[in-house]
Design a protein around this ligand. Structure first.
Ligand SMILES: [Zn+2]
Ligand SMILES: [Zn+2]
Ligand SMILES: [Zn+2]
Ligand SMILES: [Zn+2]
Ligand SMILES: [Zn+2]
Length: 132
C-alpha cells in the first residue's frame, strides 16, 4: 500500500504503509523503539557490550588482541593477501605445460594489524588433467 496523499507519520514511522524516515525517532537510549534504528549515543553498557544494540567498546591492550577493560579476546584485525599458483609448475594457475596433472593451490597469508599475529594457509582448490 502506498500513501499517495502523504504519509501518516507517527514519529519516524508511517502508520499506514510502515515506511520509516530518519526523523523524530522514539529513542530509548541508543535504539529507536519504533523502527529499530541505532545511534552512537547513550548506550547501556554491560561491561564492554551494549545490551541494547550489541555494540562493543573494547579497548585493546597494546600489541595484543585482548581487551584492557574486560579481558576478553577480541577478533584480530586481519589484512589478507592471496596468491594462486599451479603446484606443479609454480606458475600462475592458467599456465599450461606438459604435466598431466595439476593442483591449483591458493596461499592465503593473513596478518593482524594490531598484534602481528600471522596465519599462513594453503587451500587446494582443484586438480585437473591436462592432455598433452
Ligand atoms: Zn505512508
Ligand atoms: Zn525510529
Ligand atoms: Zn547501544
Ligand atoms: Zn572489553
Ligand atoms: Zn591480533
Amino acid at each position: 500500500m502506498f500513501c499517495f496523499f502523504g504519509h501518516a507519520w507517527d514519529g519516524c514511522k508511517c502508520t499506514k504503509c510502515y515506511k520509516t524516515r530518519d526523523k523524530q525517532h522514539a529513542w530509548d537510549g541508543c535504539i529507536c523503539l519504533k523502527c529499530g534504528k541505532t545511534r552512537d549515543e547513550q548506550h547501556e553498557w554491560d561491561g564492554c557490550i551494549c545490551c541494547k544494540c550489541g555494540k562493543d567498546r573494547h579497548k585493546l591492550k597494546p600489541g595484543i588482541c585482548e581487551c584492557e577493560i574486560c579481558g576478553e579476546k577480541v577478533p584480530h584485525s586481519l589484512d589478507v593477501e592471496e596468491s594462486t599458483v599451479d603446484e606443479v609448475t609454480g606458475q600462475g594457475w592458467d599456465y599450461l605445460s606438459n604435466y598431466t596433472s595439476h593442483e591449483i593451490a591458493t596461499y592465503r597469508y593473513s596478518r593482524c594489524r594490531h598484534c602481528g599475529y600471522e596465519l599462513d594457509e594453503r587451500i587446494v582448490e582443484r586438480s585437473f588433467e591436462v592432455r598433452p
